[in-house]
Design a protein around this ligand. Sequence first.
Ligand code: LIP
Length: 303
Amino acid sequence: MTTSGHPQRRTDLAELETLAVELAREAGEFVAQRQGGGFGVDTKSTSTDLVTDVDAASERLLRERLAARRPDDAFFGEEGTIADPGGGGRCDDPDEAITWVVDPIDGTVNYVYGIPAYAVSVAAVVGDPHRFGAWRPVAGAVAQPSAGLVFHARSGGGAWVQDADGVDTPLAPTDATSLELTLLGTGFAYREDHRRRQAEDLVEILPSVRDIRRGGSAALDLCSVACGRLDAYYERGVNPWDIAAGWLVVTEAGGSVCGVRSPRPSAEGIIASAPGVHDALVARIEAATRASGGGSGQAQARR
Ligand code: LIP
């Protein structure tokens, strides 16, 4: 059993992981049943930043389940559900304060277009998830409903993918060591100025790697690095709900994760990769982003 060290409140990280798997799978099945059906679609930060009635309903479902099962924990959802029954005081101790950081549908544009590459991400984090650099995941799960899979991990417990029959298989990144042979996933923010700068970054990076893949879900891209479907992934302007669970799945699988010019993922972005290409990729991305004008200017909010 993986537990934190606090003598009074021994949080069982395995219990958090099991709960994350159960809820990610339930919410994943909930949204999959509704894809292709009639649902309302609205926009958020830009005309291309979509949210559906199903995103909101999935977040309500996850909030209800977690309020019942973990009533003292905080909640931070992409679609605006924020709860903090413990009254804040976020610290780095899993026994003091857990916040559930949730993306009820990651890859909403794919979901609306009927593309199967979307996910539900459920992560238990310590610290303050409203401030990049001030939090870290300790357990989490990413459901890929179209494949019946749930990727999951907890600190110190390794990373796994569970199939529709509940059978767990361990995850490992590729043994890539050459940047020129690196298959690199990426994504783009919604704001026009950020997208232009991100495209300028790619002009510098693309000639240095094998090829680029743009899947449309940060959570699935991170899990792809963890299981070797990608050698690496980076994206500028991500949000905590996009990456919280996938970040842990990568590191527990033996992959490497950092931010852009920071040791932890930040509003500037996230870089995740097989360990053999990490240093070369980080150097390449940081050189490219300096050439294109530095940071994506991301406040931690919808991009
Ligand atoms: C998505 C991210 C993806 C990014 C997309 C979108 P959403 O999250 O997971 O990496 O490139 O533009 O932001 O908005 O579907 O939850």
